[in-house]
Each structure stands twice: as C-alpha cells, then as structure tokens.
Design a protein around this ligand. Structure first.
Ligand code: 13P
Length: 260
C-alpha cells in the first residue's frame, strides 16, 4: 500500500485532541497505534497527533515507537521574551514536535486570533523548521450568504503571503467549515470536494509553480469512521483533521485508513 491518493499525494491524517486527554490516556492511545502499525499497514500514511502542550514531552517516546509524529495545537511567533503563557517554535521542537496547527477556528473565533497573527505564526513556524497545518473555513452565516470562497481565499492569501518559497511537504491546508466542527454535521463529500478544488485553484494563483499540485488539502469537521471513506475518497481531499473521533485510537485509525 502506497498511502498516496489518486493524485499521488501522501495521505495526511491529524488527531486534534483540543483540550482533552491525559498522560495515561495518551500512552495507551499510542500503544494501540503501535500495535496496529506492527503489520506495516500504516506505512506510507502521514499520521500526526496534536495533544495539549503539556503532554508533548510525555508522549514523545511513545510516539516514536508508534511511528506517529507529534504536533502542537498552537505556537507563538516571537522567539523568546516577556510573552506570558506563550510557547515558541523552538520550544515545541525541543518538546518533540514536528508540526503545528495555525489558525484553527477555535483560536480565531474564541481567542480572537487575527489573520495577521496567523500569518506571523505560519512564517515563524516554517522558519524554525516545523511543518504547518493551516486551518481555514467559513462560518455558517458566511456560507448562507454565499461568500464562503471569498472568506477562505482571504485566509489563505493572508496566511501564505509572507512565504517566499513554500515547501509542500511542510505545509498542509485544512479546510474546516466552522459550522461542521463539533456539531455532528459534516460537510457533504460534494461540498468538501468543491471547496478543496477551489482552494487548489487559489493556491495555483497565489503560490509558485508546483506547490498547488503537491500540497495536501485535508478536511476537518465532524469526521468519524462512518463518513470518512465518502469524504476522503473525493477528488482534492488528501486526508482529514479529526477532533472528537480522534480521542479513540481505533476510530482514528479507521479514519486514517479510509480512502487508501
Ligand atoms: P470535530 O472532528 O470534533 O468536529 O473537530 C474538528 C476539528 O476542529 C479538528 O481540528
């Protein structure tokens, strides 16, 4: 099994635990992934676990054993200094991270993170050597008024404008419609595929040659083992970013294997 989708892009599945999980639960989750990986069936898939900051060093060794990499749910863009409560890219790398989420809707809408902050976070993470999963997505009222593509395009262009030569192996775009996050109401496979195709077209316009074709665009928002196959097998959908259903290792693995 190659782990690549129809267009040859390697599948990427992220487990975003948000503010959930404990050390004991994390270790047992990784043991389940390690057991599942023993037959080689996960080789070729990019699997990334995004636990809360405090669990990163606790889970680093287990993650290596399970063949899964760790990511953080957020990063601050300054290198060091008087920024109480914040964590830099270098600190995340020291804690065992290779990826970070940027611009998750819960940070944009609950914590008031601006496009400008997201853009600085992306630039700082990339410059430090982390991979970035850039999250974009419209709210329900924006979709209802037919401006969802403008909203997503604005987020994409502002977040990526500071990058000179973006590397598609280190930037993943997560399309996460806000109305589908944690609601049990996923985007239909057709809605997801249409927006992913639009995002790829926008990337063709705003990034240098070749990036758009190679960049993974993953879907997030109420993905579960029952709907994953229909969503991730659509054109331009290269994997999933999973919240609630990722807390159970077996359901995360079922989602990661969907579509390959
Ligand atoms: P749910 O899968 O719980 O809807 O969360 C999606 C999400 O926000 C992943 O980042």
């Amino acid at each position: 099994m190659s782990g690549a989708g129809a267009a040859g892009r390697r599948r990427f599945t992220g487990a975003n635990w948000k503010m959930n999980g404990s050390g004991i639960e994390g270790i047992s989750w990784l043991e389940t992934v390690q057991a599942a990986a023993a037959d080689g069936s996960l080789a070729g898939l990019d699997l990334v676990l995004f636990p809360p900051f405090t669990l990163l060093p606790v889970l680093a060794e287990g993650a290596r054993g399970a063949g899964i990499v760790l990511g953080a749910q957020d990063v601050y863009y300054e290198k060091k200094g008087a920024f109480t409560g914040e964590v830099s890219a270098a600190m995340l790398i020291e804690a065992g991270c290779s990826w970070v989420l940027a611009g998750h809707s819960e940070r944009r809408h609950l914590m008031g993170e601006s496009d400008e902050m997201v853009s600085r976070k992306v630039a700082s993470a990339i410059e430090s050597g982390l991979g970035v999963v850039l999250c974009v997505g419209e709210r329900l009222a924006e979709r209802d008024s037919g401006i969802e593509t403008e909203v997503v395009d604005g987020m994409l262009s502002k977040a990526l404008e500071g990058l000179q030569n973006p590397d598609p192996s280190r930037i993943v775009i997560a399309y996460e419609p806000v109305w589908a996050i944690g609601t049990g109401r996923n985007a239909s496979p057709e809605q997801a595929s249409a927006m992913h195709g639009h995002i790829r077209d926008t990337l063709r316009r705003i990034t240098p040659g070749g990036f758009a074709e190679a960049c993974r665009i993953i879907y997030g928002g109420s993905v579960n083992p029952g709907n994953a196959q229909s969503i991730v097998s659509m054109p331009d959908v290269d994997g999933a970013l999973v919240g609630g259903a990722s807390l159970e290792a077996l359901s995360f693995l079922q989602i990661a294997r969907a579509g390959v």
